[in-house]
Design a protein around this ligand. Structure first.
Ligand code: IMP
Ligand code: MG
Length: 183
């Protein structure tokens, strides 16, 4: 852990702030989904930490499932393409209220594409929750239903978020030192 921490320039969202945000979003979801048939949908891989914290704070019954999509290439630049690498295979779409859990909304392409896709599959309802939101980077109009923390236009890592598949295990969200990108 300490070795990774040497690469962090600044902690943007602390463990405490993350925990408070998870509690706040979980309370709202628990209220809104009381009479629904909640399917909590984890978007791999970045959302896995937020997802697993959130699911344990939500107090209504749920099912969980996973999809894997990619919109980014290897580094920190968006390609603008959304590809489904792992799909949902279910025969009960018309009975389920899907809540997509994302780590961060950036251009908005991933979530706007996924919402349309899952509606097309016949889901009874499709909503979205994100821990982080970078509204300054939007390329398509998209507003998450549940949004944790608005952050500035900075590339962040930790709490599930990666740079070239690293730093996901950091317990907070931070900004990398510029020299890391030059390696
Ligand atoms: P969007 O489709 O542009 O909204 O991108 C969403 C996805 O891009 C997220 O699920 C992340 O995987 C990735 N992403 C966007 N911004 C960041 C960042 O600052 N750090 C790490 N991953 C990011
Ligand atoms: Mg992601």
């Amino acid at each position: 852990m300490s070795k990774l921490e040497n690469d962090i320039e600044k902690i943007l969202v602390s463990q405490n702030e993350i925990a408070e945000t998870v509690d706040r979003i979980a309370a709202r979801i628990s209220k809104d989904y009381e009479d629904k048939n909640l399917l909590l949908l984890c978007i791999l891989k970045g959302s896995v930490v937020f997802f697993s914290d959130l699911m344990r704070k939500i107090t209504v019954p749920m099912q969980i499932d996973f999809m894997k999509v990619t919109s980014y290439g290897k580094g920190s630049q968006s390609t603008g393409n959304v590809r489904i690498l792992l799909d949902l295979h279910r025969d009960d779409f018309s009975d389920i209220d899907i809540l997509i859990i994302e780590d961060i909304v950036d251009s908005g392409r991933t979530l706007s594409t996924l919402v349309e896709y899952l509606k097309m599959k016949g889901a009874r309802s499709v909503h979205t929750a994100t821990l982080l939101d970078k509204p300054a980077r939007r390329e398509v109009e998209f507003t998450p239903d549940y949004s944790g923390i608005i952050i500035p236009d900075e590339f962040v890592v930790g709490y599930g978020l990666d740079y070239s598949e690293r730093y996901r295990e950091l317990p907070y969200v931070g900004i990398l030192k510029p020299c890391v990108y030059k390696k």
